[in-house]
Ligand binder design. Structure first.
Ligand code: 16G
Length: 184
């Protein structure tokens, strides 16, 4: 098994987004096709394993020890399902991943067999704060979920991040997020 540049999902999903529907404002102006000097926004690929993908994720939570084989196996499972849209921003000069976020499509019987979007693992590397990359990723995934026909999109976040997510039209739900943890 080799690490390569095969994208997790068709990059046209990002290229063909209707950016005019974006609700967040950017100053200076950036977009999915122009995320900033020396940066590209694209689907995750397995070669990102050696570009510090896990280092970025480790700024959000515990990532554990993951081998390239485990990563490839998980990637292939996600790719085959067609429901995982992990987006990365790469600093092409350094060859480092500097930000990532994932949209997962969950299939329902309710709401006429609808789809629900879930935003997960939104992380911008400490070194790249202030470049509006979190805002860019959230705008991209929110638009993408709408384009894919989701009836709603949800996420879990710390109270201190609520104001950030409100910029994209998210609001706190009357429902409470509950969990039972089997591992920390
Ligand atoms: C945050 C993340 C979630 C991630 C979780 C990990 C966003 C919007 N939310 O809630 O996606 O799975 O942290 O926390 O990025 P855990 O390691 O405690 O499960």
């Amino acid at each position: 098994m080799l690490l390569d540049e095969t994208p997790l999902f068709d990059p046209r999903f990002l290229q063909e987004l209707d950016w005019s529907q974006n609700t967040a404002s950017f100053s200076p102006v950036i977009s999915p096709l122009n995320p900033g000097e020396g940066l590209v926004l694209r689907p995750l690929c397995t070669a990102d394993f050696n570009r510090g993908f896990f280092k970025v994720l480790s700024q959000l939570t515990e990532v554990g020890e993951v081998t390239p084989e485990q990563f490839i196996k998980k990637f292939e499972h996600m790719k085959k399902s067609g429901d995982y849209y992990s987006v990365v921003v790469e600093d092409t000069g350094l060859g480092h991943i500097v930000a990532t976020a994932t949209l997962i499509i969950e299939h329902k019987f309710i709401h006429s067999c609808a789809k629900r979007g879930r935003v997960e693992e939104v992380v911008v590397s400490d070194a790249c704060r202030g470049k509006q990359l979190g805002k860019l990723l959230m705008s991209v995934l929110t638009l993408l979920s709408k384009k894919l026909g989701c009836y709603k999109i949800t996420l879990e976040c710390l109270p201190k991040n609520v104001a950030f997510y409100e910029k994209f039209g998210y609001s706190s739900s009357a429902e409470v997020y509950m969990q039972k943890r089997f591992l920390d």
